[in-house]
Ligand binder design. Sequence first.
Ligand SMILES: [Ca+2]
Length: 421
Amino acid sequence: MRKALILNRFTFFPVLSLFCLLTFSALRSPAADELAAMQLKVAFPNLTFNRPLWLEEAPDDSKRMFVVEQFGRILSFSKDTQCKDTNVFLDITERKPHENNEEGLLGFAFHPDFKQNHKFYVYYSQQNPKRSVLSEFTVSATDPQKADLASERIIMQTPMVYGNHNGGTILFGRDGYLYISVGDGGLGGDPHNFGQSTRFLYGKILRIDVNSRTGSLQYGIPNDNPFVGKSDKGLRGEVYACGLRNPWRMSFDRETGELWVGDVGQDKFEEIDLIVKGGNYGWSVREGFHPFKEPVDRLKDQSTRLIDPIMEYAHTPALQKECKFPDHSIGLSITGGYVYHGKKLPGLQGVYLYADFVQGTVWGLKYEHGQITADSQLTKPNLARSIASFGEDRDGEVYLLAFDGKIYELEAAPKQTAQAN
Ligand SMILES: [Ca+2]
């Protein structure tokens, strides 16, 4: 999911990009291990979705998969490769969440105690005024296959200035708190310097408690959030980390608990960040490992250390020379994924999987003791298969959600056609 110019990029870049990728995709860092070439296979051949953005398995024993569609539906289906039918679990399409290319029903999370309390959370866009809404719903008391629309409790509404850079991933951490990725407010170049301002919720990772209330808020602010108690300086207690541009898809490593973010870049570099409490990831003073624009006064006041990403990749071959990882092939808009801990692909154990939305390329990297120890392009680009998101099931298997409507899995590529997918 890209910036406002995504449609223009689709128009201008494919020919140039394909040339660049054919030229540079074979290069890689000699210091890191090579991962086996992969290809994609359709995970549920009988099912097609409309702009799928999230996939998750119900945290109960029902073996139901849930897929979020950007236009406003959540569909469930049996976790069976031959499944033919989907069930409409929630439908808010009549609220028209999808007006801008990047708006829509963007996030979904089951309550950690879903099995007992049947609560879940969604993050969606609304207009007049333009805003992002975080709401709690409960499953119907009479039909476990349906959400009860009347049960909605609006937890948080964030006014949005522009239609792009909404972030929108919502995840419960091991601490039971809800983590929310919020984009920088949009347009391009962070015109209002929101990324570095803790006075606003834009360009941030937030952490809230849906089970309690702070003051008149519909949520609680955990006491150990990094800016709690600094309200005299206008700092927002909800903020967990700052300096993000458009954190498009974030995930917890199911084994280590580390929080991974794919942060969409401006015009030069895409990046991957490991998020720590109180961390400042640089935007819009930095884009990837590089200066972007002069710090604003309020950042100088904070004297905050800016945390570099663990990986970046460039938009063009010319920019690759400036890139911290010049052997990484290029792309235009990162889609953050998951650290793989499934059983089907032992060679990818502990590997962070990520993709490029525009190019359809999939990569994997392994990060150990502060170093990239493996780093590979796993599949060749496929411009017709924009990978918009990833999903993970209860077994740790990882899925790729593409705008051709299909849900994919990775599988080892046959040697004679390695990376030919
Ligand atoms: Ca950054």
